[in-house]
Design a protein around this ligand. Sequence first.
Ligand code: NAP
Length: 311
Amino acid sequence: MSQPLPSHTKVAIIGSGPAGLTAAIYAGRALLNPFVIAGREVGGQLMTTTDVENFPGFPGGVMGPELMTKMREQAERFEVDFLEENVVSIDTQAKPFSIKTESHSLTADAVILATGASAKWLGLPSEQRLRGHGVSSCATCDGFFFRGKEIAVIGGGDSAMEEATFLTRFASKVYLVHRREEFRASKIMLEKAKSDPKIEFVLNSEIEEVLGEEKVSGLKIKNNQTNEVSTLSVEGVFVAIGHQPNSGFLAGAIEVDATGYVVIKDDYHTSVPGIFVAGDLHDHKYRQAITAAGAGCAAALEAERYLARKD
Ligand code: NAP
C-alpha cells in the first residue's frame, strides 16, 4: 500500500481467499472503502491448488493462483486497501472494534472474518521435524522437487486424491496411504486416482513415524487389521488429511464451536453484532471456492445493511 495505513475503517475484512476478496469487491462497490487485512498467506488455500474446474465462468478451468490474482485485481478497482499481515487480536467489546495486526492497530465499525482454514497435520514429532525436508502439505508448491522419486500421499478424501493425481506428473510412483478401506473422496476423483498406473493404494494403514535424519527416507506404517509394521521407502510425504479453521486469534472474542469453527447466528452474523463471517472459517460442510465467494458477498451485504442501520 502506498498510502498511510488507516487508523479507522468502516469495514475491516480479515482474510484474502475467495470469501474475503468477494466481500472486498462488494464492500468496495458499496463505497465503503474496505480495508483488507490479507494475512501472510495472501489468496488463501487456492494459492496452493492446481486446476480449478468447478468455478463458474471458466469453461477450460483456471489455475488457483490465477483465479485469486484476478479476484484481487478486481477488488483493487474499487478503492480497497490491503495490508499483508496477520491479525494478532481483535477486541469485540470495544466500539468501534479494535484490531491489532503484527505492526499496526486500527478500529472498524464492522468486521468481516474470512481467515479460512489450514491443512491438518498427523501430529508426529518426526513429521514436524522433517517439514520442508520432504514432508509437505502442498503438492503444488513442492511437487516439483520430487521429479523421478517415489513419494507417499496420506489421506482418503478429495484432497488426497487430487494431490496424488497431480504428483504423478513428477514422481515415479505415488503410494496413497489411507487408514481405512472406505473413502470420503468423491467417486470421480477416487476412480481417477485408482486408474492411474503410477498410484498404488496402501489401505488400513497408519503412519507410525516419518523416517530420515536430515530428509525423508521412508515411512514406518502399521496395518491396523494385522498389526504388521512395515517400511515404505519414499523420499517425499504429502499430508492431505483435511483442514482446521484459522480462528486462534478469535479466542474468547467470538463464539466458536468445539472444533474452532465460527458459529453463525443468523445470515452470516456472528455472536457479536457488527461482526460477520464468511467462507471456510465457519463452513466445514461445503468448503468450496464458489460457496466461500457467495458467503463473502452475503456477509458484505449484511455489513452494509448493519452500517446503514447504525448511521
Ligand atoms: P476430508 O474430506 O475431511 O478427508 C480427510 C481424509 O484424511 C479422510 O480420509 C480421513 O480419514 C483422513 N484423515 C484425517 N485425519 C487423519 C489422521 N490423523 N491420520 C490419517 N488420516 C486422517 O478432507 P479433504 O480431502 O481435505 O476435503 C475437504 C473438502 O474439500 C471436501 O468437501 C472435498 O470434497 C473438498 N475438496 C474438493 C476438491 C475438488 O473438488 N477439486 C479438492 C480437494 C478438496 P477418515 O476417512 O478415516 O476419517
